[in-house]
Design a binder for this molecule. Structure first.
Ligand SMILES: NC(=O)c1ccc[n+]([C@@H]2O[C@H](COP(=O)([O-])OP(=O)(O)OC[C@H]3O[C@@H](n4cnc5c(N)ncnc54)[C@H](O)[C@@H]3O)[C@@H](O)[C@H]2O)c1
Length: 351
């Protein structure tokens, strides 16, 4: 089979994981890259020896013969760039969060459907081996009917640097940046039930900090490196009811004056059993005996697994494990958390 010809739109920090992922897979060939920050474009072009470089995504898409693109730009222009590629009939992998509001992501969902090609959102945590193990048990009915899910990801001082704290670029703070991973993972493990009502509270409880010796994720773009714009939440909580009767507690924070969680906590409570991600375990009762099982798994490179999956889906033209339509439902819920917080009351979906 011919190689899958790929372009990367946005050559920032995360684009390097995409580039390495495609380079490590013999099915793919990176044809061209684009970034409107020319210095960064050339830095990445030189580092990975990619010669075809564009500062305008539209121009790239008009000039190059492609099969697929990775959209790795700011959240505020994910949908805009993805639409350009979909309108050219290409397969798309869009970084998280899919977009900054539900309405724009729904436009993309419809265009992807009409295009008939692969539309995937980069929900990296779905591609973890421990998640695969937990999901396999849940899907096999081992927890029975899921009654409630607890989802928590708390960082002591994990506030990223750059555009992330500017709502105009990022759509939201911790809620959109890492809340998207947490909510997606918990919702995916629980079988993607339809959301019904949400009560949320978004807050800024730490704000800009210059904590010494902490490694923080940094945008490669020079904008807002001093964090002078900080108009987003750094913590959000929510209570979500789903149409199947399931409920979820959700708690996300970039920064708190409290303990950090050791990774993403998802606890699923069912009527036959339960399962937790950290530590990876299964809980049940048989013959009137309470049993807890520690689950064994081999670690994998999640990002490589995600890119390999995208390429397999492109090759076979099948729907991916993290389709754009599900990325859109996650944005619907995140947006509802923010709206509920503004209104200071529970909201009913659709808004
Ligand atoms: N999957 C993950 O776990 C994960 C991890 C980190 C970041 N991300 C996501 O990846 C995205 C990028 O994050 P980052 O840390 O790489 O940020 P970044 O600022 O380093 O990179 C974004 C790049 O996009 C470029 N860009 C913006 N608008 C553009 C346009 N219209 N055309 C071309 N280029 C454009 C910027 O100049 C910049 O170089 C974000 O949505 C972020 O949430 C995902």
């Amino acid at each position: 089979m011919d190689k899958i010809r790929v372009a990367i739109l946005g050559t920032g920090t995360i684009s390097e994981s995409h580039i390495r992922g495609y380079r490590n897979n013999p099915k793919a060939e990176i044809v061209a890259i684009c970034d409107n920050n020319e210095a960064r474009l050339n830095e990445i072009g030189d580092r990975y020896n990619i010669q075809k470089r564009y500062t305008c995504a539209k121009e790239l898409l008009e000039n190059e013969e492609l099969d697929a693109v990775s959209v790795c730009s700011f959240p505020v222009n994910h949908v805009e760039l993805a639409l350009l590629a979909v309108e050219k009939g290409l397969n798309v992998l869009v970084e998280k969060p899919l977009g900054v509001n539900y309405a724009e992501t729904q436009v993309l969902v419809e265009k992807v459907k009409a295009n008939g090609k692969v539309g995937m959102v980069g929900m990296t945590h779905r591609y973890r081996n421990d998640v695969k193990v937990m999901k396999t048990l849940i899907d096999a009915g081992k927890v029975g009917e899921i009654k409630h899910v607890n989802a928590r990801l708390i960082s002591r001082r994990g506030i990223p640097i750059g555009f992330f704290t500017d709502k105009a670029y990022a759509g939201g703070g911790a809620l959109f940046d890492v809340g998207v991973h947490l909510l997606d993972l918990a919702w995916y493990l629980a079988g993607t039930p339809e959301p019904e009502t949400i009560s949320g509270n978004t807050m800024q409880n730490v704000g800009p900090v210059n904590t010494l010796t902490i490694n923080r994720w940094r945008s490669s773009n020079p904008y807002n490196q001093d964090q002078s714009v900080f108009d987003v939440d750094d913590m959000s909580v929510a209570f979500i009811r789903f149409k199947n009767g399931m409920t979820m507690n959700f708690e996300i924070a970039w920064g708190v004056n409290g303990p950090t969680t050791e990774g993403i906590y998802v606890d699923v409570y069912g009527d036959k059993g339960g399962a937790s991600l950290v530590p990876l375990a299964y809980y049940t009762e048989e013959n009137n005996v309470v049993m807890d099982a520690k689950l064994t798994f081999g670690h994998n490179d999640w990002f490589q697994t995600e890119i390999n999956h995208f390429l397999d889906c492109v090759e076979n033209q099948v729907e991916p494990m993290s389709p754009i339509r599900e990325g859109s439902t996650i944005i619907q819920m995140l947006e509802a958390i923010a709206v509920s917080s503004e209104r200071r009351r529970e909201v009913v979906l659709p808004l």
